[in-house]
Design a protein around this ligand. Structure first.
Ligand SMILES: [Zn+2]
Length: 153
C-alpha cells in the first residue's frame, strides 16, 4: 500500500510539465484564442505565462499526450518547415514512411522512438531541412517552400 502511494506520487510529478523557456508550469487547454481557427478543436500544452511566453505544443487527440516538446514561434516555424520537407521524402515515393523515419533516426542520432520532429530542436530541424532538400534535389523531385512550389531543377 505504502509503495503504491509513492509510485503514484512519482508518476504525478513526472507528468507535471514545465516550460523549457521560462520554467513556468504548463497547462493543458484548448487552442481557442491561440490558433487563428480551431475548427479541429485542437488541445494544447501551453506555458502558463502565455502570451508573454509564447510556447506551446499540440496534444495528441487520443492519448492527450504532448506531441513533442514546447516550442516558441521560431522553433514552431522550423518544425513546420522540417515536416514539409521530410514528408516529401515518402510522399514522393522516394522512401517508404518507415524508411524515412529510419533515415531521420540515423541523421539525428536519436532512437526511432524519439526521432519525431516534435522533439527536435533548431539544430536538428535545420539539418532535416537541408538534408531532405539535398536528397530531393539529387532525385529531381520538386519540393515546397513557404507554401509555394519550387521545382528543384
Ligand atoms: Zn514559458
Amino acid at each position: 500500500m505504502k509503495t503504491k502511494k509513492v509510485t503514484s506520487k512519482k508518476a504525478a510529478r513526472r507528468r507535471r510539465m514545465h516550460c523549457p523557456y521560462c520554467g513556468s508550469p504548463v497547462i493543458y487547454r484548448t487552442a481557442d484564442g491561440i490558433y487563428k481557427e480551431n475548427a479541429k478543436r485542437a488541445m494544447l500544452f501551453v506555458c502558463s505565462r502565455y502570451p508573454a511566453c509564447n510556447a506551446y505544443v499540440r496534444a495528441n487527440k487520443v492519448t492527450k499526450k504532448p506531441i513533442g516538446t514546447l516550442a516558441d514561434p521560431s522553433l514552431r516555424r522550423l518544425r513546420n518547415q522540417a515536416h514539409r520537407f521530410f514528408n516529401r521524402l515518402y510522399e514522393s515515393g522516394l522512401m517508404s514512411k518507415g524508411e524515412a523515419y529510419n533515415w531521420l533516426s540515423v541523421l539525428t542520432g536519436m532512437p526511432e522512438s524519439m526521432a519525431h520532429i516534435g522533439f527536435m530542436g533548431e539544430y536538428n530541424c535545420r539539418l532535416i531541412i537541408d538534408e531532405s532538400k539535398r536528397l530531393l534535389k539529387s532525385q529531381h523531385i520538386s519540393y515546397w517552400r513557404g507554401g509555394k512550389r519550387y521545382d528543384s531543377y
